[in-house]
Design a protein around this ligand. Sequence first.
Ligand code: BT5
Length: 277
Amino acid sequence: MRQSGSINDLIIEIPDRLSPDELRKTLQTRIIGKELLFFDEVDSTNDAAMEKGAKGLAEGLVVLSEGQTHGKGRLGRTWVSPENVNIYMSVLLRPDISPQHAPVMTMMSAISTARAITEVTGLETTIKWPNDVLIDRKKVSGILTEMNAEQERINYVVIGIGINVNMKREDFPVDLRVPATSLAECLGKRVDRMNLLLMLIRILEQDYDELKKDGIMSIFNRWRKGCDILNRRIKVSLPGEEITGVAEDLTPEGGLMVRLDCGGKRVIYAGDVSIIR
Ligand code: BT5
């Protein structure tokens, strides 16, 4: 433990552990979290959940870990995953949607995560296309959706959610794509990870029920409302090129329609966006 610093710095340094037993006892969801797999350390909770999907496990499995040695972002990137301070969770689902609509699973996870954070902390969140949850323009959560699918149907999807909860400023690498923060940094005090986890799983189940009952447009419309990118001038980094223009709309397939500075329009499906103004 450090010898100096504010009370909050000291509180953040006391190890706090997630309790799978308490989670099992307290969670009363029907699908998500019915089966729970918990690790002190794992390569990636997404990899563990994908393995279980390949073995035919039922949907709803939640994989949690206190730390990850190879936490994954998109496009082979790394998700920094220090132990005992954050949430690293993957959920195995078998949604009855076509593979081209799979991005709705990322949209759903983003709105569930944003809402859970606000419910527990009172902090205002925004969603940054396609997969980030931000507070004050800083990344507090990232989502990685992976799937196993055939031409017409999805066999299984894994949604991986990382939330920076009690991580300290000095634990963030300097070369981040988007400036990052944690809930504790924003609030100036430690956040109870169990509370947040319970809230997140319950909200995810509600949103998954909504997806099944009302279809993808219902989730899409809520996601679109939560995105703060529309009508803004943006720069998008794509493999081998960069484009600038105005973010004009989002599509139910997860695309971003950009009115290009050089004329014309283009819909992009993956890329790193930054707001120019
Ligand atoms: C993401 O990718 O944001 C998806 C992150 C998903 C993480 C969860 S944790 C549970 C599950 N198991 C996994 O193995 N993964 C999922 P992307 O948009 O590509 O952002 C990655 C980039 O964010 C990196 O290249 C860094 O610049 C930055 N980054 C890395 N760690 C971060 C962190 N903890 N907080 C904020 N930014 C981070």
